[in-house]
Design a protein around this ligand. Structure first.
Ligand code: IMP
Length: 455
């Protein structure tokens, strides 16, 4: 896929995350010299296979095991240093090193107060992963964030931590329950007001600062000017692979706001998150159906036995939180939105999961059923058919799917690419304007069809 004209390829999520990006990244990493992540943090989860064993990493780039390749965690990410160090140690315990890892000094740090705030405030409402992602990006935008470089400069670090704690302490204590409480869905414990009063007391600030400085010292050998590494690689005409996290519909700008993550998960957001905007190719990964984890509208969701069947066959449980993913039909309205933003190149994952279904449907339009509202210069009234993707959750919630396309399914082994499965792919192309570059039909590495250049 890399050639003289395509030196930078980004692999990004085309739906609500969990599209199976890892497999395509793994495939393309073989030909890449540099692999870089640029958005999100340990809300992401990808499976890495080491000596036949599966491990789930959240921060380390998927290709960390390729020793001769540079693996970058770029400026646009948010890093929980404790989690990153744990992942590095896990890798070392398996006999591998992370010496090929380069971490941007400008990446923002997820501090313990970010995680506490996320846990106490956003987890129930938005259904976040509870890892502190949103609050860390809030501080980045509010210009009071702490960056990886700060961890290595103890006096600056202590002062920044002090200012942040003074500002956030009261909110955290107010949000906390009087007594420790279980967070029902995940079995996690929210601590009591007394616990947080002690944790964020003036007396405890030096201890917290020391702890983060220690993390910094352990990470120091990996810290680098990652933009310079990217630039140099581009100047030397090397192959660069950008590894996206989450998916476009979770993007802060283009997703189902406010049920989104707090980073910009489009191809352009990823380019900014690594500091490299060169002519390249964006490959958006699209599952052959749709899934979503967490709260927020999902027009084609199947809340019936069929949804359950897809979840079971597809193993649709979150890699980070283990939550069951909501499953539904493919949504061509959302995919046209994707193609409009990231461009036409898509790759389809998990088409094998649809094998055996009697009928397949694709949503082609929505029917708006709600009170009259003004949206992007248009008046929407109940009964209006719409062919665009509303990025406002209150509007999308009132959109019912219109399944303008349906076809019989296939029972044959998908590795033979039955004619009827090709019809499904043709329909996706016609309904979305996308060009399908690859199709994955199983977890194993070799189970990928590549586009015949003539089509
Ligand atoms: P946050 O990123 O933890 O703030 O969560 C915000 C929303 O994004 C929630 O609905 C999460 O379930 C969702 N989310 C975050 N990361 C991922 C991911 O890697 N895959 C799928 N959903 C995600």
């Amino acid at each position: 896929m890399f050639d003289e004209n395509t030196k930078v390829i980004s692999v990004v999520g085309g739906q609500w995350g969990d599209e199976g990006k890892g497999k395509f990244i793994d495939n393309l990493a073989e030909q890449a010299d540099v692999i870089a992540r640029g958005t999100g943090g340990n809300n992401a989860g990808h499976t890495v296979v080491v000596d036949g064993k599966k491990y789930i990493f959240h921060l380390l780039p998927s290709s960390i095991l390729h020793k001769n390749k540079v693996n970058i965690i770029g400026n646009g990410t948010v890093i929980d240093p404790k989690v990153l160090l744990e992942e590095i140690k896990k890798l070392q315990a398996l006999g591998h090193s992370a010496d090929n890892l380069k971490l941007s000094g400008d990446a923002h740090v997820i501090m313990c107060y970010h995680q506490d705030l996320d846990f106490l405030k956003s987890m129930k409402k938005i259904g976040t992963t509870g890892r502190g992602i949103g609050p860390a990006y809030i501080d980045k935008a509010a210009r009071c964030g702490i960056r990886i470089n700060d961890l290595l400069n103890p006096s600056t670090l202590k002062e920044k931590i002090r200012l942040n704690i003074e500002e956030k302490r009261q909110t955290i204590i107010e949000l906390a329950p009087q007594d420790a409480e279980m967070f029902d869905s995940l079995g996690l414990t929210i601590e009591s007001k007394e616990f947080y009063s002690k944790k964020y007391s003036d007396k405890n600030i030096p201890k917290l600062s020391e702890m983060y400085h220690e993390y910094g010292k352990e990470l120091e050998k990996y810290v680098a000017d990652t933009r310079a590494i990217m630039r140099e690689a581009a100047e030397q005409n090397k192959n660069i692979l950008l590894e996206g996290a989450q998916g476009l519909l979770l993007s802060m700008d283009h997703g189902t706001y406010p049920y989104v993550t707090s980073s910009e998960c489009s191809a352009a957001g990823l380019a900014s998150g690594v500091g490299l905007m060169r002519n390249g190719k964006a490959l958006s990964v699209v599952k052959a159906y749709t899934t979503r984890v967490g709260n927020g509208p999902f027009p084609t969701e199947l809340k019936d036995k069929l949804g359950e069947q897809i979840r079971t066959t597809g193993g649709e449980y979150g890699a980070t939180t283990g939550r069951p993913r909501r499953c539904g039909w493919l949504d061509a309205v959302a995919l046209r939105h994707l193609v409009g933003i990231n461009g036409p190149h898509i790759v389809i994952s998990k088409i094998d999961i649809l094998t055996g279904l009697d009928e397949l449907k694709i949503c082609t339009e929505y029917l708006y059923e709600g009170e009259e509202i003004s949206y992007n210069g248009k008046k929407l009234t109940t009964g209006t058919k719409i062919d665009f993707f509303p990025t406002d959750s209150t509007v999308l919630e009132k959109c019912k799917p219109i399944y303008g396309y349906s076809q019989p399914g296939w029972k044959e082994d998908i590795s033979t690419m039955p004619r009827i499965s090709k019809l499904y792919l043709e329909a996706i192309k016609l309904l979305t304007g996308a060009q399908i570059e690859m199709v994955s039909y199983g977890a194993e590495r070799e189970k990928i069809f590549k586009r015949n250049k003539k089509n």
